[in-house]
Design a protein around this ligand. Structure first.
Ligand code: 5GP
Length: 206
């Protein structure tokens, strides 16, 4: 067998991106998708859209009944309750892409990441890459959560508390990106995508 691998196909990666709200993880995932270097897995949620958010682009915004139906139909890879709302990953946003060798980035909370980490599907395990995005400081996190300008003080407080709890889980991830500024963060994010695209685990044998 020729050792060159450039004609080989590969399984796409499934890059889980966790970190507190306001860490900038959504921006990183979105930017990579916009640049065409990865697909963004659009999640389902029962939370109401924020101003400017579009159904089918930011999330699939569902009623609780619709969400429960997706669970019953086994359409979700995982689901979790975050900040009092339900969030879930659609299998249809993942499998066709990774099987076609396209990388998928997922914005996911620490509970959802735990579910996927424990998923025994060999394809999921082979595709999996895990990144935690850590805000620079508690003060910076608060500034970012407040700066969004779309959430009430009470929502900001809930998110702040959850964020501090979420930050305890960073060691379960393969990579931890300590956030500084947007450009530096994105360069590091791209570096992970590039490096992991070369991982032999995902290259299919000739
Ligand atoms: P937000 O309401 O700010 O868009 O998201 C709140 C939290 O839900 C974030 O931590 C985000 O990563 C997480 N999240 C978004 N989509 C999913 C998903 O499909 N599953 C899980 N478990 N968490 C998600």
């Amino acid at each position: 067998m020729h050792p060159a691998t450039h004609h080989n196909t590969r399984l796409g990666m499934l890059l889980l991106v966790s970190g507190p709200s306001g860490s900038g993880k959504t921006t990183l995932c979105r930017r990579a998708a916009k640049a065409g270097i990865a697909n963004y897995a659009i999640s389902c949620t029962t939370r109401p859209p924020r101003p400017g958010e579009t159904n089918g682009t930011d999330y699939f915004f569902l009623t609780i009944e619709e969400f429960k139906q997706k669970i019953a139909n086994n359409e979700l890879l995982e689901h979790a309750e975050v900040h009092g709302n339900h969030y879930g990953t659609l299998k249809s946003e993942i499998f066709t892409h990774i099987q076609a060798g396209r990388d998928v980035v997922m914005d996911i909370d620490v509970q959802g990441a735990e579910h996927i980490r424990n998923n025994t599907d060999p394809q999921i395990q082979r595709a999996l890459v895990q990144l935690f995005v850590m805000p620079e400081s508690e003060a910076e996190l608060r500034t970012r959560l407040t700066g969004r300008g779309t959430d009430s003080q009470q929502i900001i407080e809930t998110r702040m508390q959850n964020s501090l709890e979420e930050m305890q889980h960073w060691q379960k991830y393969t990579y931890c990106l300590l956030s500084t500024d947007r450009e530096t963060d994105y360069q590091k994010f791209q570096a992970i995508l590039t490096t992991e695209s070369l991982n032999t685990n995902r290259i299919n044998p000739v």
